[in-house]
Design a protein. Structure first.
Lengths: 676, 275, 373
């Protein structure tokens, strides 16, 4: 029996640590793929320290963790002392309040806080930007506080009450006695609570994900969006360093404690003093760090003459200086030194739309697709542009002006255009099967097919396949499309957006519908990939255009940015990276030749003629489509009418009945006591 | 004097927690019962939830299975750790804690690298001649992800209850004629039930609400309630429906913890302290 | 001989509607060793805590040197306390514990060191400066607690059952030690205990308390010899308490017989409680005795035998070195100085009957082990 538990324990530790080992090994890998070790290098570590964005994100995470820990340690300790001395009934109430964030699932806490901030900030205070650094800090403090309270309370409980009396007896004021006697006694609890709060805050993803705004993003939230794209090994390098740091920290703490335990057994006290001193020094250092961190943050905040421009763009949709391309944002900032660009990405029109619609954030420039622009115009979410500030608009080709989605061309300036087709791996897919959209339903390739994870494109594919109009509002047709999509589910591997990169490149999947530009990028990485447009059935021809949403704060700077991107030379350089077609024909001259000549990027006009645009759908229809798509994805069945009422009653019963029962029990007990 | 002080010290905290835990839940309820477009009271969102019942059952099912597996795997480990010397206990305790401090996103991603069809395990299987197996995007992979991520949440409370069991009780049981198995079944196991229930709650709650694990390790048919909420908030354009679903999730967790507390018989005072 | 230092006037303490102190009036003289004696829950610790400033009375006042100190917080009072379980600061060593009050008062370092060393010498803990508190024995901790309080040179030292946690032998040593320290330093000691022996052997004045009221104040001898009521008589040592009738001055009737006694000042035929201490009774041959009874139980106690004798159904405890076997018929004589007369009180009839001897004895032992809250 003993041997089995030992073996099981060892196996469990192996199980717990294998993934970490994989990540650590990957940090020394020359290649990008987690699963293929191509050679040893320390280059990833060098790359990590040369990446200002990553370091900034790490800094953000540390800042939030330090500030929230410092605040919750101080506030929580004070509160714990207060709660400890409360009358039992009040204390119980305070403790159950403390338990709410501990027992509630993170996702509910995150959702509830974000709704609160949006509701209070947006609807009550009419603040445009209600999700900021400060709301994130509040959220972190809220979930950190219980850790401090729950660690300090038992220590207070254990402490001999007469110690504080003794201190006062010896001349301490109550405040002095707290610092001289109570604090040293409960210090282990405070330290444990603080450490837990710190690690929880540093690693928190779920709550931050819901509460975070545009201007301040922490590392885990960014990693979440990274993991959809091919993740760069320098992240593994950072993970390894953090792992080592925490490991060393924990081991030293353990050793210190062990040593002081041993010393305790010896009679002389002197030897323990260094440990206490170390603890004190650590506390002091942490405190100083907090203060320095706070000051840095305040200093880093944009000064009066610097403007922060929030740009919200598709993932991998602007040249960033990698692989010898031009770093467009850096170039822009160089040209306009008083503008600082804050850049964030989304992976589908719908994600971007939700984020803006939910409110609570400031965004100055967005780059949605055609149908989404129409929808946003319809819902008054876009501002009219001042074309005086965008002289480079003259370079935009005539055919890309006054598009259907913006007939008078008041709201948008085209950024790129492209097609949606099928990307497939020639190594595994029989060319004979590549006949049209039905390839995505081909059982021969079951579990190797990906599907695009946004309702409009997914329904569009079904509509081309079934021969319907892609801009239909007919519910029967849409339902038929949904059925068609549901039919596809058994052969699908998964629904993806940006994750497609890693999956297609490492041949985890073989067939996927995607955008031409991104496909081109993947084809550069894996030579076996090919791109196919089902000309006979039709395909989507899209335009992404730059717009300024109503939540914009720096309209003029936003227009400068748009103008900058319309410079043919810049546009050309940009297309080199993102591999889409520019609406500026002059830009083609500045592009790499193989791209400018590529059929994938610039299909011939006969082929283009077969493409159709997505147009504006009324809000009701898009919601209907979205719900249908949710149903397809999530094995969701029909809603029913009385269900809501019953459910509400059940919830009320669940939340209200147990406390009432408890109170009732108490009353009965009291009555019994009285009668006895 | 003392009483006034304690009120003075605790009131700001109580106000803070009311503002940022209880009131937000009220806001969730408010959104759950209002129409997204008009902002009027409606039961529409709640009605629509019946469509998500299968998802809800599935989430509960996965979370329960994971909690039970965690219990089966975690108990021997906790038992083993609890019976080492104090120094070893501390070290092993730290080793269990350590993964919890590291990014769970990246650790889950590492599992993707291990499990995927072209991943490390399958390549190894291929190499020894068994051939690739379908590992990722199966319900098993999701459960594995949950077990992996939340196993420490099971081990730690189990360990702290087992380590508190008085060694003399075991000797007493042996003295009274129990063999090893009987001692375990009649003394150790009953005494560690509070830890078992705490552990199950602590695994169940995050597992039932996760969205990342199922997104990364699940296939097209493993959609959990957390996924749906995330989609509704982040891309579904329907916060109100999301709020309604969150409300249901909250009620579910509320019921679970209540039941667990009742069976676990843990004191109301100190709830689920991890360390 | 010396002036009054502390006066408690009409102290009443109520907590949650329960009356803990019910009109305490007491004055404490300078240089005095005063003991508050009583069973658990009698209010002695509460009284001490009010003097120390940790509690404020519901009504009544505390005068220190003639000035009311009811609103003065503990850290401004010229009293120091030795706590029940010492309340030594576990995070500080012996030296720092003793120096605590001086450091708070911001005395110069040299003076602190000097005074701490001096105190260490007084309590006999030289060379223990750097020891950890948890490495000390109970008696040593006790000395540190006393040193920590005394080093501040308080006018009054409050001691809350300081010896309760020590074993018997150590307790005896510490009693002498405390008395010695008190006499050397000439500081007023207010001492709380439930141990009557401790109270009698150490104190100048003993205050017997029960149910929040003072039952008797007096010198140890007076308390023992002239208990005011059945409670005091029973609590201070063992007593046989009988119902009697005071026929006239110096004449009391009980058990149907009239005895001579030394008490006077009662009304004629007033019912009274008669106290006879077990050690005052001597066996005499049956024919010479005032009373005749049968021995029902004998317990060897080392110094003496505890013998229970049944007199017409009423059982007495007799402590004597004179062995008598169970079943023997014995006679006793009662001399006038052995008989103490007390007025009837609420306690009459509650104590002094040894019919359930063994059970009561157990209870007493239990009581002694109990520490007051």
């Amino acid at each position: 029996m003993k041997r089995t538990t030992r073996i099981l324990t060892i196996l469990m530790f192996v199980f717990l640590y294998i993934p970490m080992a994989v990540l650590i090994v990957a940090s020394f890998n020359t290649g990008k793929d987690l699963t293929k070790f191509e050679g040893f290098t320390l280059g990833q570590y060098a790359a990590l320290f040369r990446d200002p964005d990553l370091l900034r994100l790490l800094g953000n995470s540390l800042l939030i963790a330090i500030l929230s820990t410092a605040f919750s340690v101080v506030f929580g300790t004070v509160a714990a002392v207060g709660v400890h001395n409360l009358k039992p009934k009040l204390r119980k109430a305070a403790l159950s309040l403390t338990n709410i964030p501990m027992t509630n699932p993170d996702i509910v806490t995150g959702v509830s806080l974000s709704l609160l901030f949006i509701f209070v900030g947006g609807q009550l205070l009419r603040q445009r930007e209600s999700l900021t650094f400060w709301t994130l800090l509040i959220a972190h403090i809220t979930f950190s506080l219980p850790y401090v309270i729950l660690n300090v309370m038992p220590k207070l409980h254990q402490m001999d009450n007469s110690l504080t009396d003794a201190a006062m007896d010896l001349g301490c004021t109550p405040i002095q006695s707290f610092f001289k006697v109570t604090l040293p006694e409960i210090m282990p609890g405070i330290a444990a609570g603080g450490i837990m709060a710190f690690t929880m805050s540093l690693d928190d993803f779920v709550i931050s994900y819901f509460v975070t705004g545009m201007d301040f993003v922490t590392l885990p939230v960014e990693i979440y969006t990274y993991t959809k794209k091919p993740i760069h090994p320098k992240i593994y390098a950072m993970f390894t360093l953090l792992f080592l740091l925490i490991f060393v920290l924990m081991v030293t703490m353990n050793l210190l404690q062990l040593r002081s335990d041993k010393k305790k057994k010896e009679t002389r006290v002197k030897a323990v003093k260094p440990a206490v001193r170390v603890l004190r020094r650590v506390c002091a250092v942490v405190l100083i760090l907090c203060i320095v961190g706070g000051c840095c943050f305040l200093l880093l905040q944009p000064k009066g003459d610097t403007i922060t421009l929030n740009v919200y763009n598709w993932g991998m949709n602007i040249a960033d200086g990698t692989d010898g391309t031009l770093d467009i944002i850096a170039a822009f900032e160089e040209k306009y030194p008083n503008i600082r660009v804050q850049y964030a990405t989304y992976e589908s029109n719908e994600v971007m739309y939700s984020k803006l619609k939910n409110g609570g954030i400031t965004v100055d420039v967005i780059i949605p697709s055609d149908y989404m622009i129409a929808r946003m115009i319809d819902e008054d979410m876009l501002l009219e542009l001042n074309f005086d500030n965008i002289p480079n608009f003259r370079h935009i080709d005539e055919e890309f002006r006054n598009n259907d989605f913006d007939p008078e061309n008041k709201y948008s300036v085209p950024y790129t255009w492209g097609t949606v087709g099928i990307l497939y791996n020639t190594k595994y897919v029989d060319q004979a099967d590549v006949t049209g959209w039905e390839l995505l339903w081909n059982e021969k390739y079951a579990d190797k097919i990906l599907m695009i994870d946004n309702s409009r494109d997914a329904f569009g594919i079904a509509q081309y396949l079934l021969g319907y109009d892609v801009n239909t509002t007919d519910k029967a047709e849409l339902q038929a499309c949904a059925d068609k999509l549901a039919e596809q589910k058994p052969v699908l591997q998964q629904y993806v957006m940006d994750q497609i990169y890693s999956i297609m490149q490492n041949e985890e999947a073989w067939i996927a519908p995607y955008y031409a530009g991104d496909s081109m990028l993947m084809m550069e990485e894996n030579e076996d990939l090919a791109f196919y447009l089902p000309v006979d059935q039709g395909f989507n021809l899209f335009i992404d255009a730059m717009c300024i949403p109503t939540c914009c704060r720096e309209k003029e700077a936003a227009e400068l940015f748009i103008d900058f991107l319309c410079d043919p030379e810049i546009s050309g350089a940009n297309m080199d990276y993102i591999c889409y077609a520019s609406p500026i024909s002059e830009a083609r001259e500045y592009m790499e030749e193989y791209l400018a000549e590529s059929e994938v990027i610039y299909p011939s006009s006969e082929i283009l003629a077969a493409g159709t645009n997505y147009q504006f759908l009324p809000g009701e229809t898009s919601r209907y489509v979205e719900n249908l798509f949710m149903g397809v994805r999530g094995s969701v069945s029909e809603g029913s009418d009385n269900f809501g009422l019953i459910l509400t009653l059940v919830i009320v019963a669940v939340v209200v009945v147990p406390p009432v029962l408890r109170v009732g029990k108490k009353l009965r007990k009291r009555a019994k006591k009285k009668s006895a | 004097m003392k009483k006034n002080n304690s009120l003075l010290l605790s009131t700001p905290y109580i106000i803070w927690m009311l503002l940022f835990t209880l009131i937000p839940l009220g806001v969730v309820a408010f959104y759950a019962f209002t129409d997204p477009a008009t902002g009027e009271f409606t039961l529409e969102n709640m009605n629509a939830l019946s469509a998500y019942l299968p998802v809800l059952w599935e989430s509960i099912y996965y979370a329960l299975i994971s909690a039970l597996i965690c219990l089966l795997l975690g108990y021997p480990v906790a038992y083993y750790i609890a019976h080492r010397t104090p120094a070893v206990q501390k070290f092993l305790h730290m080793l269990v804690m350590l993964p919890m401090c590291m990014s769970f996103l990246l650790r889950t991603l590492a599992w993707v690298g291990l499990l995927q069809d072209t991943g490390l395990i399958n390549r190894f299987l291929d190499w020894i001649g068994i051939g690739a197996l379908p590992l990722i995007r199966t319900p098993g992979a999701v459960i594995l992800g949950m077990v992996y991520n939340y196993l420490p949440y099971m081990i730690l409370p189990l360990y702290s209850t087992i380590v508190k069991i008085d060694g003399r009780l075991i000797e007493a049981a042996e003295d009274l004629g129990c063999n090893g198995v009987q001692t375990f079944g009649r003394v150790v196991l009953p005494l560690s039930t509070p830890g078992i229930f705490t552990g199950i709650t602590m695994v169940f709650v995050p597992a039932v609400s996760t969205f990342y694990i199922s997104q990364k390790l699940g296939g097209t048919d493993t959609v959990l309630i957390g996924d749906v909420i995330e989609r509704l908030f982040k891309q579904g354009q329907n916060q109100n429906l999301g709020a309604a679903l969150s409300l249901v999730l909250m009620a579910l967790v509320f019921v679970c913890t209540d039941i667990m507390n009742r069976f676990g018989g843990s004191s109301d005072e100190e709830g689920g302290v991890i360390v | 001989m010396s002036k009054e230092l502390i006066r408690l006037q009409d102290l009443v303490m109520e907590f949650d509607g329960e009356r803990i102190l019910d009109g305490i009036n007491l004055y404490i003289k300078d240089h005095e060793f005063l003991t508050l004696l009583g069973p658990s829950g009698c209010g002695k610790t509460t009284t001490l805590r009010i003097i120390g400033g940790f509690l404020s009375a519901t009504s009544g006042s505390v005068l220190f040197d003639g000035k009311s100190i009811g609103d003065v917080p503990p850290y401004k009072r010229q009293v120091n306390t030795v706590f029940q379980r010492y309340a030594l600061f576990p995070h500080l060593d012996v030296f720092d514990n003793i120096a605590f009050g001086l450091k708070v008062a911001k005395l110069p370092k040299a003076e602190i060191t000097e005074r701490v060393q001096e105190m260490l010498a007084i309590v006999g803990l030289r060379g223990y400066e750097n020891r950890r508190i948890d490495s000390l024995s109970g008696g040593q901790q006790q000395r540190v607690a006393i040193a920590r309080a005394l080093v501040n040179r308080p006018k009054v030292l409050l001691l809350d059952e300081p010896l309760a946690a020590l074993d018997l032998r150590l307790r005896k040593d510490m009693q002498n030690e405390l008395k010695r320290i008190q006499q050397t330093l000439g500081i007023t000691f207010v001492y709380v205990t439930h141990d009557q022996e401790e109270a009698l052997s150490m104190s100048d004045t003993v205050v017997v308390m029960d149910k929040g009221r003072i039952q008797q104040i007096g010198k140890p001898e007076d308390i023992y010899n002239e208990p005011k009521n059945a409670f005091v008589a029973d609590f201070i040592g063992e007593s046989n308490i009988l119902d009697g009738i005071m026929l006239a001055d110096y004449k009391v009737k009980f058990f149907g017989r009239t005895f001579k006694c030394l008490d006077a000042g009662f009304e004629a035929n007033e019912p009274v409680d008669v106290v006879i201490r077990p050690e005052d009774i001597d066996f005499v041959p049956v024919e010479e005795g005032h009373l005749t009874g049968t021995v029902t139980s004998v317990t060897f106690k080392g110094l003496n035998y505890d013998i229970i004798v049944d007199f017409k159904g009423f059982k007495w405890l007799i402590q004597t070195t004179d062995f008598q076997p169970v079943g023997a018929t014995v006679g006793i004589r009662l001399n006038p100085e052995d008989i103490h007369i007390m007025k009837k009180s609420e306690y009459s009839g509650m104590f002094g009957d040894y019919s359930s001897y063994s059970a009561e004895y157990d209870e007493l032992v239990e009581d002694a082990g109990d520490e007051e809250e």
